[in-house]
Design a protein around this ligand. Sequence first.
Ligand code: NAD
Ligand code: MG
Ligand code: MG
Ligand code: MG
Ligand code: MG
Length: 340
Amino acid sequence: MAEMFYDDDADLSVIQGKKVAIIGYGSQGHAHALNLRDSGAEVVVGLREGSSSRAKAAEQGLAVATIEDAVAQADVVMILTPDQAQRTVYAEQIEPNLKSDAALFFAHGFNIRYDYIKPGAGHDVCMVAPKGPGHTVRRQFEDGRGVPAIIAVEQDASGEAWALALSYAKAMGALRAGGIKTTFTEETETDLFGEQTVLCGGVSKLIQYGFETLTEAGYQPEIAYFEVLHELKLIVDLINEGGITKQRWSCSDTAEYGDYVSGPRVITPDVKENMKAVLADIQDGSFAKRFIDDQDAGAPEFERLRSEGQNHPVEKTGQELRKLFAWQKSDEDYQDGSAA
Ligand code: NAD
Ligand code: MG
Ligand code: MG
Ligand code: MG
Ligand code: MG
């Protein structure tokens, strides 16, 4: 059984006694900085000169400094730049300015698991990874709730790393919901596997094939959009609340019977074999290498695939249709990252 932690298991005063540098002010960065500040920790946000986030962080009343200056003052450094940028930011701006006993924190284990960052032996290396987008993490905190987090310690130099990680998680509001103990290796490999095979990769491809099958058979794209994309959220909400069982209970018997007889025709056992192959690439580091090599080359493969995805007909249909829904946030909100 996984080890769980709640508010009573953590001492907020540990993090309140530290100076915390949050590096980056994107989806996770703004949520960490604001939640920690509101929980009584001393926070400084480290950003590049000329970063457009400087004004946003300052507007929220946060102290802002260059990455170098923020790190030099900090007892705890949480690295929340994009995973592919962390290696360079660490080597050039963080490591040369890091106090000899500062703790390093991550929200995803990628750079530690694949050895792109190798911290010196004197540093605690911890992870507090909220299991939700940053904007939800902040909103839930403000509402007195919290998004669960997974927590890990890779290196316990001080002997106090667990107490520090739990205190950080409590300040984030995460232990109001619950924290689960993991390792950097387990978090990294399962996170990549989940997003690649089910949550992002699997679902995206399933939607595209469903949309293509219906429209190629002559059905209206707008109707196809509703049937294979729009309703997905309603189904996922039910699964989130009560598992697949609740989803089947809430749908009609017709839908439930079709689920049993046709689901296995679409998602055949060879899909599971393919999942195992994807997992093997994650475990042996070949996915990480492919991603980072492409990023280092200016991301040509990433940009080509992103553009192909954006040009799929289901995206065009959705853009037009969503404008007609009074309740839907505009696509611009999502594209500039201000809604999540
Ligand atoms: P993001 O892209 O939203 O924000 C990144 C921030 O870093 C921005 O402030 C950006 O200006 C800054 N930045 C970008 N390139 C930089 C560079 N070269 N040098 C310095 N600063 C730079 O990132 P995010 O989605 O918040 O991800 C941050 C970390 O959190 C990652 O490790 C990610 O895996 C993890 N994480 C993200 C989520 C999520 O929902 N977004 C959830 C859990 C964990
Ligand atoms: Mg994940
Ligand atoms: Mg991920
Ligand atoms: Mg239907
Ligand atoms: Mg039913």
